[in-house]
Design a protein around this ligand. Structure first.
Ligand code: PLP
Length: 390
């Protein structure tokens, strides 16, 4: 058999690999605290589950339009108006099977040999994977610990060449928990006005998870670049719906027809009952979102304080999402050595920063979407592991 060369250009997401290793260790009787995978440890709120169940009972068993049912796209538009202050046409919304699909479609739409696409590093690993799969050259945007893991707008602008087609951005960010300050976004947008052919994909899947009174700043809210911004958002993180597989994107009018064609070729539509559940999520009570937010905020403070008390660790307080990414250079270990040691010997699953790009060396990611007891127990285990190494 000869499989196509482009398949070898696909990367992966180490969180799933670490999850599999953690499960294998658990199956052998080991106690593992999983701070690796990035998903809420809450159940999907009951009203949402019920809406999905009701949709099935009501007979919503068939295909839907490829871009999603109109009432859901209207609910997305209303939510964007409410939270981002931007009016959009529901016909520019594409309902997709998870936020990931938006980044893959954006890469397929703009990427080909000779094209360049920028992505954050350390960043969600699928950006680079999708870019390289498309045949384009992946150009990293370094994120700096000393800047709260923001990019420098000046540096991003300096990397634009005549081949640059698309810039992928993510704030609040996985894996760093960083939030790009509004001043930096303002600077970037002002500079992008000189590059009218460059599209921007803004991954805002953690937009509801910002802390300390910060407001989420959406790239979609800048009129000067509005017609070339792709917004990536969804339900997975906000509503604890990672397994339902649904997300949404907003596309520039000029490419809506093309992405709808991609959807028809790829998955036909998102499963109908899930779309009804997602509609209830947006239009129903939001108190579960607030409850989850408060829990994440509390754990964020606890984990930051605890990580800073570990010899060799230094952790800036994350501003968003549910990740903390301490600098671990003081341990004398590489990120990968520490990840493997913590998993195999201490029973704590984390993800090496290098899984998120070359700029992730010296860092490891903790997902604090776990109970306070698990977080505190994991810190004990890490201290014991490091003490035993001397
Ligand atoms: N974007 C970022 C930054 C993420 O961290 C994730 C999931 O971890 C996604 C997108 C994908 O979300 P989904 O599970 O909806 O595909």
């Amino acid at each position: 058999m000869h499989i196509a060369k482009r398949i070898s250009r696909l990367g992966t997401e180490s969180a799933f690999e670490v999850l599999a290793r953690a499960k294998a260790l658990e199956a052998k009787g080991r106690s593992i605290i999983n701070l690796g995978i990035g998903q809420p440890d809450f159940r999907t709120p009951d009203n949402i589950v019920e809406a999905g169940r009701k949709a099935l009972a009501d007979g919503h068993h068939g295909y839907t339009p490829a871009n999603g049912i109109l009432p859901l796209r209207e609910a997305v538009a209303a939510d964007i108006e409410l939270r981002r202050g931007v009016t959009i046409d529901p016909d520019d919304v594409l309902i997709v099977p998870g936020g990931k699909v938006t980044m893959f479609f954006a890469a397929l739409l703009f990427g080909e040999a000779g094209a360049e696409i920028m992505y954050p590093d350390p960043g969600f690993p699928i950006y680079r994977s999708a870019i390289e799969f498309s045949g384009a050259t992946a150009v990293p945007i370094p994120l700096y610990e000393e800047n709260g893991f923001s990019f420098s707008a000046e540096e991003v602008l300096s990397k634009i060449t005549p081949s640059t087609r698309l810039i992928m951005l993510n704030s609040p960010a996985n894996p760093t928990g960083g939030v790009v300050p509004k001043e930096e976004i303002d600077k970037l947008v002002a500079g992008l006005e000189a590059h009218p052919d460059v599209a921007i994909m803004s991954d805002e899947i953690y937009s509801r998870l910002v802390y300390d009174g910060r407001e989420h700043v959406s790239l979609l809210s800048y009129p000067s670049i509005r017609e070339r911004v792709i917004l990536l958002d969804g339900w997975s993180k906000t509503y604890a719906m990672t397994g339902w597989r649904i997300g949404y994107s907003v596309w520039p009018k000029a490419v809506v027809e093309a992405v709808n064609r991609l959807a028809i070729n790829d998955h036909s539509c998102v499963n109908a009952a899930t779309q009804f559940a997602a509609m209830e999520a947006l239009t129903g009570p939001q108190d579960s979102v607030d409850t989850m937010w408060r829990a994440f905020d509390e754990r964020r403070k606890i984990i930051t304080q605890e990580l800073n008390q570990i010899d060799g660790f230094r952790c800036a307080e994350p501003a968003g999402a549910f990740y903390a990414m301490p600098n671990i250079e003081g341990t004398g270990m590489t990120a990968r050595e520490l990840q493997d040691g913590l998993l195999e010997e201490a029973g704590v699953a984390t993800i090496a920063g290098t899984s998120f790009g070359v700029y992730g060396e010296g860092l490891i990611r903790f997902s604090y979407a776990a109970s306070t007891e698990q977080i505190l127990e994991s810190m004990e285990r890490i201290r014991a592991f490091l003490a035993a190494r001397g």
